[in-house]
Design a protein around this ligand. Sequence first.
Ligand SMILES: Nc1ncnc2c1ncn2[C@@H]1O[C@H](COP(=O)(O)OP(=O)(O)OP(=O)(O)O)[C@@H](O)[C@H]1O
Length: 457
Amino acid sequence: MAATATAGAAAAPPPRQCKLDPKSELRVEVPPDAPLRVRLVAGTAEIFGTELPPEGWVPIPPRSKIAIFTWHGATLELDGVTESEYPSEETPMVVYVNTHAILDARRARARAAAAQGGDLEASQGPRVIVVGPTDSGKSTLCKMLLSWAAKLGWKPTYVDLDIGQGSITIPGCISATPIEKPIDIVDGIPLEMPLVYFYGHPTPSINPDVYKVLMKELAKTLERQFSGNAESRAAGMVINTMGWVEGLGYELLLNAIETFKANVVLEKLWKMLKDAVQSKPNIDVVKLQKSEGVVLRNSKYRQKTRSFRIKEYFYGIANDLAPHSNIVNFSDISVYRIGGGHQAPRSALPIGAEPVADPTRLVAVNISTDMIHTVLAISYAKEPDEIISSNVAGFIHVTDVDIQRYAWKPLLVCGLYLCSPGVNVIHSRKKLTYIAPCPGDLPSRLLIASSLTWYEA
Ligand SMILES: Nc1ncnc2c1ncn2[C@@H]1O[C@H](COP(=O)(O)OP(=O)(O)OP(=O)(O)O)[C@@H](O)[C@H]1O
């Protein structure tokens, strides 16, 4: 099939077939508002590690940028509009699958060591961390490594540290989930058992200390789970990182490698880390080539994608879920912000002591109309001081904040009507309206504020 670009095309082209040679891929970009479906007519093919079923049409979600790759050759049929579609034989897939094979061998070694009563280190499978700049294909490589491992029966843990995009749940979170089967082409990462810590902002620079603390909490919880589950331990982790690789971003990457005890670093297009971590024992740094198919996304596009991820949480990928609107009294909830606490004034400190800001301090937040359109996380914490070390149950989206309502009651004094705040009746409602994915009361009264906003169109 010749390279085509149908960007802006109003009418859908007729269904068309595309024959792919072995070890080649068809790269497709789906527009935001027109459906596309794909069918395997002959041969075998996969999308980022997940095989296309031998029969039937597969809907490709709007805004997707995908590659349909075949190892042994395939004929595909496409039905619908694309922004671009073209085949390519230049892919790094052989290198990627070889990397997978090495990881697989390490998992098998770890499992065998566990069966022979080996120590924790010997029974630990690969903890792979994928690093590199933005749009170098990190998330895509993670998906492939996870799906290929799951296809062989492993249940590796996917750890997503990329708070800018959020591939497990909404952006602003550090999360992890076991991957038990190849990642669904339509539904994405399974959401049955995610472990989610809420940072609440799309970039770590807002409060890197909190970002580090949350990474530590997640790593601690995973460590506990691994110590009681030899299979998960042998399957290991695949860790996705953010694309900020300079200055503070670089420091946070080194911190992530240490915190999650990563023992394989897969670099995409970037070798700065090599010098920093190669001197350490038991860490392998492997430089991998970037696929030419990876699509560059500007900041406006990323901002939009973040909004869509939040919308998807409430309305589903195919807009097939209906969130529930609910009203809660201010007195029934407590909202906190993690970090941003001001340092104590010098005058309040003992003589000679220097004021120290505690970036991880918990601050109670007054509920105000500023919260409208923001996302709040529902903490599993029992007490406020446990919030930073607790994962979250889910999210709500604030649609209205009713602070107070005045019922003017003018007084007739000497033939004049007067309005005085002193004598007016003030009807105070103090209610917050929100949408949530499920009906019923909130599972906890402890909520975490964020800078994540979403405007319902
Ligand atoms: N071979 C390919 N053909 C077509 N599209 C691709 C290919 N590989 C990746 N993509 C798409 O390119 C985009 C960027 O890739 P990806 O999300 O993996 O990069 P990233 O390094 O994780 O980015 P970031 O760090 O900015 O989140 C994604 O939409 C992805 O689906």
